[in-house]
Write a protein of this length. Sequence first.
Length: 480
Amino acid sequence: MPYLRISSDRSGEGLGVERQRVDCLALIEGRGWTLARAPFCENDASAAGRKPRPLFRALLDLVRSGGVDVIVAWSLDRLVRNARDRLALVEACRDAGVMIALCRGSDMDPTTPAGRLAIDVLGSVAQHEIDQKADRQRSAAQQAAENGRWIGGRRAFGYTADGLSIVEDEAAALRDAYAAVLAGETLRGVARQWNRAGFTTAQRPYRHAHLGERSPWRGDAVRRVLLNPRNAGLRAHKGEIMGQACWDGVVDESTWRATRTLLSDSARTTGGPTAMGKHFLSGVALCGLDGCGALVHGGGASHGKPVYRCRTTQLLPDQRPDVPGTHVNRLAAPADQYVSDVVVARLSRPDARDLLVDHKRADVPALREEATVLRARLDALAAEFGGGAEEPLPPREYRAMRAPLVEKIESIEGRIADAGMVDKLGALVRADDVAAAWDELTRDRRRAVLDVLAEVRLHAVGRGSRTFRPETVEIIWKAR
Ligand SMILES: [Zn+2]
């Protein structure tokens, strides 16, 4: 009962399907066997591809169901496409007592000791190939991950050209940048700071840095650097974290993850309209008009003094057209001052430290351990199914087993990131002089602090109102 398979391109003209068929039929006749069923013939143009082969499946079923005594094939590598198929077939044949007879190669008869040995050896070799392939895939991915993008002359900022050792002054700048960004600094702010400190983008190997083009930092370049998992001592492949790298991280994993979470927040850009606003509350405070709630912006001036205004001009459903100016439009400076004062007062209170206590704070080392175990299980699963990366369409069970693992890992990574959201408030609350510490913060960091603490609604002040009325600035504290 021959199963004929040929891969059309590489097998050569001399070994067409017809030739295999003739040889197999001759073997059957020579042994005095009867053809049990028509030849399986899979003229498979994509032998190297990954299309499911229904005929191979049917052959396996036939073997397992005991519907056949012997499989005849031209050669084993024509019969099976890869180590996995080979293993499946020889095991099925061994279990069902089905012999494999080959035109090129010796018989494998599971009813004789020699045949069983041949099958066992073949099976072991196949298994070995499968394991090696998985290993190769892993190490190729690892190598790619370890080499990262600085191969070909680009060095990772913070690391030597081989990517393995830390360049201390750059690493210190990186650590500061992570802390600053988590505390609300903008990427452009970091870029400015790095440029002032004389750092340039690391386009060339470190020791040749003076030869290469060295560009000043910009926000998007800072973002790319901060997002690089290598800074947390993690190696990644195609955006997926593969595990611990063989180099040291510059920051811990939770700091990196927290930063990544923060930077992938779509609302945050390298310098969008929000970051461009001139005033503290621009793009932060909301219009206090009932039912509006749009962000206010620093726009224009009144008698030469900057104002915040709601850009919403349309009337609300219940607003009468003869009552104008109820969207906010008021002087900026008094509102800024008032909100700053209130925040400083809040953070100066003895119970301010309670704001820093995060009761949900996770046990990061334990989480990391858990993630490592899960990732190892994913690896093992992928190896079991022949290296997930090479199988665009893994079997359904593989996906079914993989999905909950991936989901769990993502949830753990999220919790690690949360734990790394180093308190935006910490530096302020711990300061001896909260007001002075507040004054030293950049506008963006002040905004970040405010964002943690409260929501601000600016109400219209009405015409001719000269004195500042605090009740027109509504501060709604957020629950912590
Ligand atoms: Zn409004």
